[in-house]
Structure formats: C-alpha cells, structure tokens
Design a protein around this ligand. Structure first.
Ligand code: PLP
Length: 362
C-alpha cells in the first residue's frame, strides 16, 4: 500500500470509527469522509459523484454489472474470471481474441444483436498486459448493440491509463483499490446516470439502494487517497517502469536462448513483463524463484496452484508447450532498479539450472 493511504485510513479504525449510516455527529463525520472520497474519485475517473458506487472488490463490481441486467452478456475470452465466469454462468457469448490478446472486432460485431444487454471488455489484461483499444470497441458496440451497457474492467488500468480517457467511452467501469496502492477488500463500480442495474445486495439501502451493506469507511478513504497519488505520479512512473521493464526482459532474453516476449511492448502496459521460456516448466521455475525470494507467477495469481495452461494464453493461440514455460513478472510503484538486477540474476540462473537438469536427465 502507499504510505499516504495507510495514514489516511488509520483514524477511521480509532477516533473516527462511527458508522456513516447513523444520524449522530460521529456518524455525520464518517459520512462526510465518504462524500469527500466520492467527490475525489469521481473527479479522477471523470464521472459524476452520483455515478460512483463503493463496494467490496473488483470481483463484486464485475459480477454486479453482468448479473445486474436481464438479457445476453458478451465478453472476450481473455477476461478475468470475475467477468468470464458470470458471463458463462448466464449462458453468454464469449468472443475470440487475436495473437496479442486484443478482442477480435469482427467477431465482437458478429456476437452483438438486439438481445444483448451487457458487453464487458477489459481495459488492460491482468496476465499479459495487453491494452484494449476501448474507443474501437465502443464504436463496434454502439453500432451493433446500442441498447447494451458497455462495461470495462479497468482493475489493471488505473496505474497506467488516465481513467478520464476511458470512462467517457463506457457506461460502467470497475476498479479495485489494491491494484493502485490502496487496501484489499474495497472497490468501485461507476454506472452512468440513466443506466440501472438490479442490485446484488439488498438490505440497508446504502449507496442509493445500489449496494447495501455498512460502508468500509477506512477502505474508501484510503482508496481515494491511493487513486489521487496514482493519478499525480502516473506519467513519471510509466516512464521509470518502462525503462526497468525493458531492461528486465532484454537482459533475460539476452542471456538465455529461446525466450519470447508474449505481447509486443507497444501494445501493453509498462508494468508487465510476460515471457515464454522454452525448455522449462513454469512450476519448477517459480519454485526456484520463490526459494531465492523473487516473487513472480505463471498465470494470474487467482488461478495459481492449478497448473493448467492459462485461459488467456490458450485464447491467444499460444501452444500448450510454450504456454507451459510462461513467466509473468510485474513491476509497480515499489519496484527499484536493485529489484530488477536481482530478478535478472535469479531468473537467468534458475533457467540455466533447470535446462541443465533436463539435459542431464535426458
Ligand atoms: N479484474 C482484473 C482484471 C483483475 O486483475 C482482478 C484481480 O486480480 C480482478 C478483476 C478482481 O479484483 P478483486 O481482487 O478486487 O476482486
């Protein structure tokens, strides 16, 4: 977490602990903190405060928009499971992608008709880092299913893309605080005025009946602080981290044969380094990296533990053997040049050891 976000939330565990739904002075204080946070995030996203719904996480935001409408749901095959699974559970339409993981616009158009109620296309892929051309997606959706709610899962976008450029293109947008230096367990769904969703949680009527449940005041305040800091530092961080990411990948690929970058750099975010390494199994590599205290993953963190080929790489047409050597390294606001030096050294050494062991066994 960003230190400013930790500092911002602490008073709400202590002297400002009240439930904002109450009517006494302490409750009013907590409510004011939520109202101020709503104004801040609305400004940073480029929507009206009344269009912001605070909720529990990115998964909830995604589920709410897909399960909150009647009619057919459509999404690309590379979505996070928080979108893909609810779309599949509703018998929705899953659309193919190209080799970079970008939704195929012709196939998207072919999946759209008058029955479609929601189309969900992620802004940035969590596994391989591909940035969606959301303006092109929006043009297709508005032309072929103007009645549909267009939603983007922008959970991975906040650190890399000015949200004020994304929000005007869509009707609904999901965010999760822990992806931009805020706490886990709090998120945002924006929903354009005039578009309505049937709420998943009903009860106390919080968030103008759109999401019942006592507010996570500390989490909301910290999320607003983290988003503000992310927004201020975004351009400088992109420049700094692109340089570090390029060095990380270039030096690994320079020291080892048969390391292929999965998505071209001009199509992806600066914080993502995703490669497929021939002649090794991701699982064994991750074990060696972990022993050396280098933290990385193969597929998405949510799915690790199950070493099935990632649904993202499969949809992109990466063959099973190459996908078996996938390595996903992420950089963020805490990443230093020394971390990258260490990452290069440990990845190169570990791959050499695994390849040597494989030839010895063969
Ligand atoms: N969508 C994307 C693209 C994600 O990367 C994630 C989490 O990794 C989620 C949704 C789920 O968010 P949360 O962990 O807040 O439920």
């Amino acid at each position: 977490m960003r230190q400013s976000a930790i500092d911002a939330m602490l008073p709400f565990f202590a002297e400002r602990f009240a439930n904002p739904s109450g009517s006494h002075r302490f409750a009013r204080d907590a409510r004011r903190a939520i109202d101020e946070s709503r104004d801040v995030v609305a400004g940073l996203i480029g929507v009206q405060p009344g269009e912001v719904v605070f909720l529990g996480c990115g998964t909830e935001a995604d589920n709410q928009v897909i399960r909150g409408v009647d009619g057919v749901a459509v999404c690309p095959a590379t979505e996070h499971h928080a979108v893909l699974h609810p779309v599949e559970a509703r018998g929705g339409r899953v659309v193919g992608v190209d080799a970079t993981g970008h939704v195929d616009l012709d196939r998207l158009a072919a999946a759209l008709d008058n029955d479609v109620a929601v189309v969900s296309v992620m802004s940035v892929n969590n596994e391989v880092g591909t940035i969606t051309d959301l303006a092109a997606v929006a043009a297709v959706v508005r032309a072929h299913a103007p009645q549909a709610i267009l939603h983007t899962d922008a959970v991975q976008a906040a650190s890399w893309i000015d949200l004020r450029h994304l929000a005007p293109l869509v009707d609904a947008l999901s965010l999760s605080a822990h992806k931009f230096g805020g706490p886990k367990g709090v998120g945002i769904l924006t929903i354009r005025d005039g578009r309505s969703l049937s709420p998943m949680l009903i009860g106390g009527g919080q968030e103008r009946e759109r999401r019942s449940g006592t507010h996570n005041v500390a989490g909301i305040v910290a999320m607003a602080m983290a988003l503000a800091e992310t927004d201020t530092r975004r351009d400088a961080e992109i420049e700094r981290l692109a340089r570090l990411r390029n060095r990380l990948v270039d030096e690994i690929a320079g020291a080892l044969d048969d390391v292929v970058e999965t998505v071209p750099r001009d199509r992806k975010i600066a914080g993502s380094a995703h490669v497929c390494i021939d002649g090794i199994e991701s699982e064994s590599l991750l074990y060696l990296l972990d022993e050396a205290e280098v933290c990385a993953s193969a597929a998405s963190a949510c799915a690790s533990g199950a070493m099935e080929p990632s649904h993202v790489l499969s949809a992109m047409g990466v063959d099973r053997r190459r996908a078996g050597g996938a390595l996903r390294m992420s950089l963020g606001h805490t990443t230093t040049p020394a971390d990258v030096d260490r990452g290069i050294e440990v990845v190169v050494d570990s791959v050499r050891r695994l390849r040597k062991a494989a030839t010895t066994v063969a």
